[in-house]
Design a protein around this ligand. Structure first.
Ligand code: GLN
Length: 425
């Protein structure tokens, strides 16, 4: 069966084989030596199954795709407030290597441009640059599910020529954003940009974000869901630099590009995507990579703002096992909007029935708001002298019967029996 999907992805890859526009990133001399024809796509499902197409075994340097991961590590280690004190979250509309800070706050505008990324490195709590680098290496490797290694040639090449990043780091120091020695911070930054990855590593790293911080391959929790939410938010607005608006409109996934030719894209809860093609446009994004992502999004319907289905689908079935007793059967993931639909439907129709049974035995996941709303429905019905029953065998809505004054039943039959008893009384 996997063959079917792979064939599909191969076909989308093949549609772009002939694209040769763009240029290698030659401002880092070593990057000008890579094979310009490399082309790869890897896709990880949310449960960690990998599809590979093209040169998925070819290694290239991660470059700026490192930025969201170091930012996530900083959030994880020192918390959002401490990170926000040093780095903003506003799209800059500027080039990735702009020597700038926000005019009002004097902080880097966001962590996806070099200024913000260098600041993020300085926030990783460690007493030496080596220790800081070790934490970063460990975090990226945990996301990828394998030990990532450095490309020492690319590292030395960038370190020897990175005057612009040096200018940025010293500027940050002058504004009080960098507390540590700028050259020490830069050395770690150049190292983090020089990790070798494959498109499959990127897909796995993306899938770890797609899963809210759990690596689907290893099962290890790498960070928490709040860190991932913030990281993905900044990837949406700033991940493709001054092409972010175009990217969100056309592709619609949180993403990050790197001048090594990689792109990582995340469809939350569903997919992680890694793409490689090293010829870049003027903004530093892979020309063919962007086009490939566009086709993937269009052909597979991956845009995250696609309104896929009516949230009414939360109600799986509505039926009457006995006259006057109506069952509302819910399923899937119940969050606020789904629970709101259920509550309003029951409220609108409640005059038609003597007893209402709410069946949540097929609900996969539920959040606190939905839990309160649903337990409130039968309680509210009871409060006004009507009969409301909840079928909740696993106790997903009612975890503690004392907390909510609602009895839960194990099966619809039990609830029907109770309703009949009550109605006779
Ligand atoms: N190491 C590169 C730099 O700092 C990363 C830039 C990028 O990938 N956009 O210039």
């Amino acid at each position: 069966m996997a063959q079917l999907v792979r064939r599909y992805l191969d076909r989308i890859l093949d549609e772009h084989r002939q694209v040769t526009d763009g240029a290698l990133a030659c401002y880092i001399p070593e990057l000008a030596r890579v094979d310009p024809h490399g082309f790869a796509l890897s896709l990880s499902s949310a449960d960690g199954f990998i599809y590979e197409c093209g040169d998925a075994g070819v290694e290239f340097t991660i470059q700026s795709i490192s930025k969201p991961f170091t930012y996530a590590l900083a959030l994880d280690q020192i918390g959002q407030n401490a990170v926000d004190a040093k780095i903003g979250v506003e799209p800059s509309g500027e080039a990735f290597n702009e020597i700038s800070v926000d005019e009002a706050t004097k902080k880097p505008k966001n962590p996806m441009i070099n200024a913000g990324a260098i600041a993020a490195v300085s926030l990783i709590p460690a007493s030496t640059p080596d220790e800081r680098f070790a934490m970063i290496a460990e975090f990226y490797s945990a996301c990828a599910g394998r030990r990532l290694e450095l490309d020492r040639d690319v590292y030395s090449s960038e370190k020897a020529t990175g005057s612009r990043n040096r200018a940025i780091a010293y500027m940050l120091q002058s504004f009080g954003v960098l507390d540590d020695d700028p050259d020490d911070v830069l050395d770690v930054y150049f190292r983090q940009c020089s990790f070798n990855v494959t498109s499959t590593d990127l897909a796995r790293m993306a899938a770890t974000l797609a899963r809210g911080g759990v690596n689907p391959l290893t099962g290890r929790r790498v960070t928490n869901a709040a860190v991932v939410k913030r990281t993905l938010s900044v990837m949406v607005t700033c991940g493709m630099y001054d092409a972010a608006g175009d990217w969100v409109s056309a592709v619609g996934m949180p993403a990050k590009s790197g001048v090594g030719g990689g792109i990582v894209a995340v469809l939350p809860g569903q997919l992680g995507i890694g793409v490689y093609s090293p010829l870049l446009d003027a903004k530093g994004n892979s020309v063919r990579g962007v086009r490939l992502c566009r086709s993937l999004s269009e052909q597979l319907g991956l845009h995250f703002l696609t309104v896929a289905r009516d949230s009414r689908a939360t109600l799986r079935a509505v039926y009457e096992p006995r006259d006057g007793i109506r069952v509302y059967e819910t399923h899937g993931d119940l969050l606020f909007s789904g629970a709101e639909q259920v509550a309003r439907t029951v409220e609108r129709e409640r005059a038609d029935f003597a007893a209402v049974i709410l069946d949540v035995s097929r609900v996969d996941d539920i959040d606190d708001t939905a839990r309160e709303l649903l337990s409130g429905i039968s309680a509210a019905l009871r409060a006004e002298g009507r009969a409301g029953y909840l079928v909740d065998p696993a106790g997903i809505v009612i975890r503690n019967e004392l907390e909510y004054e609602t009895v839960r039943y194990a099966t619809v039959d039990d609830a029907v029996a109770a309703a009949e008893r009550d109605l006779r009384a």
